[in-house]
Design a protein around this ligand. Structure first.
Ligand code: SF4
Length: 334
């Protein structure tokens, strides 16, 4: 099923292994694509390498399994589903983007009535659909929309590309557009676009061949974030979560945050962590609130699963009264 929808580039996988004369390959697949793991392993082994599929969760290109590869003696990491970033990798790594092989027409057409009130549309998508962005742009322009596509930076590679915590492609054009069209599956990235820009965002989902507004979900997230900040402001004992994933290391920010909170008479415990889950957080019942210096989407998207508030780094100034809530909303979460 997945192989019909996503391009696993098996020929390139084999070429990369042969070109690098890799003997042992660690293969990372995001959740949802792991079902192809054993098939990919067979393809890799045909190129003469021993293949090991990483069964651990992998949510982004920030999550290269560098230490695992070193421990396993792998001489190559094949990382599926995300584009290369500027993050340094000390183990040779090839990113295979798993481009989607889906038609753009039905979802884009479904989005048009929802975009009716707006003339200037910002267009963003994920790496899975980036190769179709000009086609979507053409379809929108046929309906007399002025389409703007922004250049990203940071963790993204392509013009118009967004990832879970990097919306620079949307932010760079936000003041030139009235709304955004996010082309891709699910609500996750579209909520991110709204959180980053505070602009109305429509999803055109090519997998479901339908379109919808993300506004209700966005409002729900805002309410939830406000409630978390409010709850955390009443707390005295904080845990600061220091992420250990290779591209999520914000050690200095974590140490600065500790100083900042202590200055504000909070007691702080530093916690190093790989997977931030409710179960892990429950192991520290004396801590009343947490600041997450790792992946900000865990705080935002999984909030209802945690019994304690887990703030993102940029929510802390609001909690301490140094930044107005409205200014956080205007400036965006990313
Ligand atoms: S930090 Fe989180 S949102 Fe950002 S790339 Fe990594 S997993 Fe995705």
């Amino acid at each position: 099923m997945n192989s019909k929808i996503f391009d696993f580039e098996e020929t390139r996988l084999q070429k990369e292994i042969l070109k690098r004369r890799a003997k042992r390959v660690l293969i990372q697949l995001p959740e949802g694509l792991k079902t192809r793991g054993s098939h990919i392993a067979v393809a890799a082994e045909k190129a003469g390498a021993t293949a090991i599929i990483s069964a651990d969760p992998c949510y982004g290109a920030c999550d290269l399994a560098l230490s695992d590869a070193e421990l396993l003696g792998a001489d190559l990491i094949i990382h599926y589903g995300h584009s290369e970033t500027t993050l340094q990798s000390r183990v040779p790594t090839v990113c295979l983007e798993a481009k989607a092989k889906v038609d753009v027409y039905a979802a884009t057409k479904a989005a048009l009535p929802l975009l009716e009130g707006w003339k200037k549309i910002g267009l963003v998508t994920t790496v899975q659909h980036i190769h179709t962005i000009s086609k979507i742009k053409k379809l929108l322009r046929k309906s007399e929309k002025a389409v703007v596509i922004g250049k990203g930076g940071g963790l993204t590679k392509y013009v118009g590309q967004v990832i879970g915590c990097d919306y620079s492609a949307a932010k760079s054009i936000s003041n030139r557009v009235e709304s955004f069209l996010f082309f891709g599956g699910g609500r996750f990235h579209a909520i991110g676009v709204s959180l980053a820009t505070a602009k109305p965002t429509i999803v055109a989902d090519p997998f479901e061949k339908r379109a919808y507004s993300i506004n209700k979900d966005f409002q729900k997230v805002l309410k939830q974030r406000w409630a978390s900040i409010h709850d955390a402001s009443k707390s005295k004992k904080f845990g600061i979560l220091i992420g250990l994933k290779s591209g999520q290391n914000r050690f200095n920010q974590a140490f600065e945050m500790k100083k900042k909170l202590e200055k504000n008479k909070k007691r702080v415990t530093l916690l190093s962590i790989k997977e931030i889950t409710p179960e892990v957080i429950m192991q520290f019942p004396d801590l009343e609130a947490f600041v997450n210096t790792a992946c900000p989407r865990i705080s935002i998207d999984n909030a209802s699963k945690f019994v304690k508030p887990i703030l993102t780094i940029n929510e802390v100034p609001v909690m301490l009264g140094e930044l107005k809530w409205d200014n956080l909303c205007k400036g965006g979460w990313f």
